[in-house]
Design a protein. Structure first.
Length: 278
């Protein structure tokens, strides 16, 4: 069995284990319900604004995804390594012919496959319902496809973060607690701090020079920046989201931020995993 076959086998095992996780099932159901709610409650003014329903809903879901997709990703990955350590199975896993890099990458791909399924179900159902009710629009379909692809990319970043923290702690409870803190800081508190900074600065140096860098440095904000800026003037947004088109760099730079986050988290997880001695 070659390296690719070993990675695929590990990914298949992780997919089956993760798919049975009731938290993931619940989170996926929540994703479906919220997506459908935004699809029909948020698409009401679409005709009045001259915007197709898919585009308008994609703008709303770009904000919702920042909260739910990372949460699902962390629910998938928090016990990836810590769970193996607590169950005493990590030594058996490492005793197989698979290299440590293959084990870690296989686990990552298995979780990513489950997340792909969750996003496809959640956004696919909502998108299909919108098309059935409001009709198909090519621009809206492109915005929807871009949203789904980048949501998966955002989820991959948080899966890598979850695996890294799981490897660093070695205990499931500790990993879960730390990752709740990571989610709160990156997804909730970070934007609140940015808004507070904007209010206190009132158009000063923080607003013009520091704020753009801090927005780009956060994976959730980078995800929203790319999607909302790509919609151009098609969908109205406010708050930090409304500043997406005024930042002094191209929107594509936000994708580079996600790539950097993924590489850094992946490298940190690999370094820690290679140093483990079960």
């Amino acid at each position: 069995m070659n390296g690719l076959s070993r990675i695929a086998a590990i990914a298949a095992i992780e997919f089956r284990l993760s798919a049975r996780n009731r938290w993931v099932l619940l989170a996926t159901l929540i994703l479906v319900l919220f997506a459908l709610a935004l699809a029909f409650l948020g698409s009401g003014p679409a005709g009045e604004r001259g915007v197709d329903a898919l585009t308008l809903t994609a703008a709303s879901l770009a904000t919702l995804s920042v909260y739910l997709v990372p949460l699902i990703a962390l629910l998938l990955s928090y016990d990836t390594i810590a769970g193996e350590i607590e169950r005493g199975t990590l030594a058996l896993v490492l005793a197989t012919p698979a290299a440590r890099g293959e084990v870690l990458f296989g686990k990552f791909l298995g979780h990513l496959a489950v997340l792909t399924l969750a996003i496809a179900i959640g956004y696919g159902v909502a998108g299909g319902a919108l098309v059935a009710v409001h009709g198909y629009d090519p621009a809206g379909a492109l915005a929807w496809a871009r949203l789904m692809a980048t949501a998966l990319f955002l989820g991959a970043v948080f899966i890598a973060i979850g695996i890294t923290v799981s490897a660093m702690t070695g205990r499931v409870g500790t990993a879960a607690a730390l990752l709740v803190g990571v989610w709160l800081v990156l997804v909730v508190l970070y934007d609140l701090a940015l808004l507070a900074g904007l209010v206190l600065d009132d158009g000063g140096i923080f607003t013009t020079h520091v704020f753009p860098i801090l927005v780009l440095a956060n994976p959730g904000d980078a995800f929203r920046l790319f999607n909302l800026a790509a919609l151009e003037a098609a969908a109205p947004v406010a708050g930090i989201d409304g500043l997406a088109r005024t930042l002094p760099f191209p929107a594509a730079t936000a994708l580079a931020s996600l790539v950097i986050w993924l590489l850094l988290a992946g490298c940190a997880g690999m370094l820690r995993f290679r140093s483990l001695h079960p």
